[in-house]
Design a binder for this molecule. Structure first.
Ligand code: HEC
Ligand code: HEC
Length: 205
């Protein structure tokens, strides 16, 4: 996957708020965290949403999931000519669930089709991250018209609910079978989304 450089603009000029910004800021309302701290949180969010464990399902209109890691030197399209179709679940050809069974058991076997506690499927095409720049992903993720009608709290709710079902999000951090997990942890990611939200969801230029 393309990894565009993120120009970390640590905004000397951005007015820092008088209060020290800490994780406690996560509980505060929008506008209570400085733009610089919001951008720093975004940089960590960016590392998650561009990571193959997340982006390989958040693909575009070709409806083809991606494979990365475990001996594949770089991203490649899913093997066996898998095509998710506009249904995004493979209804038009072979359903994802034929191989990706619904199960909350841990994934342990290398190269086995991963399973989670939800029906395996691509993310809706409007939520495409793969092949987009971090700045593009940031803008769409901060726009309720493009992220499923969610503000920052709504994004956090999605992450928590998905994890409660042992779904895709928690699989990203516990992919098993020798796959590299997404960076950080679910808890740290949730805190970052809260801080980013409290700063008004700033995006890199
Ligand atoms: C197996 C495929 C799959 C993987 C892997 C996956 N997702 Fe998703 N994702 C989905 C689906 C399906 C939806 C739509 C669910 C909904 O909106 O209720 C979604 C929606 C989302 C949304 C809603 C808002 C938006 O604009 O996308 C977020 C946030 C999200 N995923 C985060 C993640 C993160 C973080 C990871 C990695 C830790 C991840 N996803 C990995 C399938 C996946
Ligand atoms: C014929 C069986 C089969 C079907 C059908 C199938 N998969 Fe897979 N999938 C696999 C196998 C096997 C792996 C593990 C590949 C490996 O790690 O070597 C896998 C892995 C994946 C991964 C993880 C890739 C990574 O690098 O994190 C994603 C995402 C994925 N499949 C999405 C889908 C989607 C979406 C569908 C339905 C459109 C689907 N698959 C249909 C067998 C299948």
């Amino acid at each position: 996957m393309q990894k565009p450089t993120f120009h970390a603009v640590l905004v000397a000029g951005a007015a820092l708020l008088p209060l020290a910004v800490s994780m406690a800021a996560a509980q505060q309302s929008p506008g209570t965290v400085s733009k610089a701290d919001g951008l720093a949180a975004w940089k960590r969010i960016e590392a998650v949403v561009t990571h193959p464990r997340c982006a390989n399902c958040h693909v575009g209109t070709d409806n083809i999931p991606m494979w990365t890691g475990l001996g594949f030197s770089k991203n490649r399209p899913h093997g066996m000519n898998v095509q998710a179709g506009t249904s995004r679940i493979g209804a038009e050809s072979i359903a994802c669930s034929t191989c990706h069974m619904k199960s909350t058991a841990p994934n342990t076997v290398p190269h086995a089709a991963p399973h989670v506690g939800l029906d395996w499927q691509l993310a809706p095409v409007g939520f495409q991250w793969f092949g987009r720049t971090p700045a593009q992903i940031c803008v769409q993720l901060s726009d309720p018209k493009r992220n499923g009608g969610r503000d920052a709290a709504g994004l956090v709710k999605h992450l928590r609910e998905d994890a409660a079902h042992k779904g895709f999000v928690q699989w990203g951090w516990q992919p098993g079978g020798g796959r590299e997990p997404a960076p950080g942890s679910l808890d740290a990611h949730i805190k970052d989304v809260q801080v980013w939200g409290a700063a008004g969801m700033p995006c890199p230029d």
